[in-house]
Ligand binder design. Structure first.
Ligand code: IMP
Ligand code: MG
Length: 177
């Protein structure tokens, strides 16, 4: 029995994740032919997704990270977002693909896209592993999407519950939710 078996139930297994990420990588490779791409991974949730996605892309790729934290009023995000770890390189003239674990209300991505636009990149697109449309508060650009999920709190493959469960190799749902 693994440490998480009692608490977490599988929603998207590792093989399904792998296969979908290979497809996303092929699509991104085709769309950016002849260009260099800067992946901006949003910490910490997207780190597993970003490293797998990067290896599924057959293009010269640069990896950058950005950390954001949103203020929560209870369990709801307030939409107020703060940069806790900024990019270390100028983005001027770069083709940016923002890599995110999940778009829930969309408020974090809205903030990020406004922030990145101010750095005058050549282009900005969004790749999210998961979308939870039930809770959307604002319409955000999603150019590449892994899976649309129902309104459940998910963990694993980078996503956490109180900083735990990020290292599960699948997307799961808390049994005690
Ligand atoms: P948004 O601003 O509401 O779209 O929230 C985005 C952020 O909230 C994500 O990057 C996650 O860090 C976190 N989040 C939203 N839903 C979940 C979930 O089901 N599990 C874990 N984290 C989540
Ligand atoms: Mg996140």
């Amino acid at each position: 029995m693994a440490f998480f078996d009692r608490d977490v139930e599988v929603m998207i297994d590792a093989e399904t994740l792998r296969a979908r990420i290979v497809e996303l990588g092929r699509q991104i490779t085709a769309d950016y032919q002849g260009q260099e791409l800067t992946l901006v991974g949003i910490m910490k949730g997207s780190i597993f997704f970003m490293t797998d996605l990067a290896r599924a892309i057959d293009l010269p790729v640069t990896l950058e990270l950005m950390g954001v934290s949103s203020y929560h009023g209870g369990t709801e995000t307030t939409g107020e977002v703060r940069i806790s770890f900024d990019l270390t390189k100028p983005m001027h003239g770069k083709h940016i693909l923002v890599v995110e674990d999940i778009i829930d209300t969309g408020l974090t991505m809205k903030f990020l896209l406004e922030n990145l636009a101010a750095r005058h990149p050549a282009s900005v697109k969004v790749c999210t592993l998961l979308e939870k449309p039930a809770r959307a508060k604002t319409k955000v650009q999603m150019d590449y999407k892994g899976f649309v999920i129902e309104d459940r709190f998910v963990v694993g493959y980078g996503l956490d519950y109180g900083e735990k469960y990020r290292n599960l190799p699948f997307i799961g749902v808390m049994r005690t939710e």
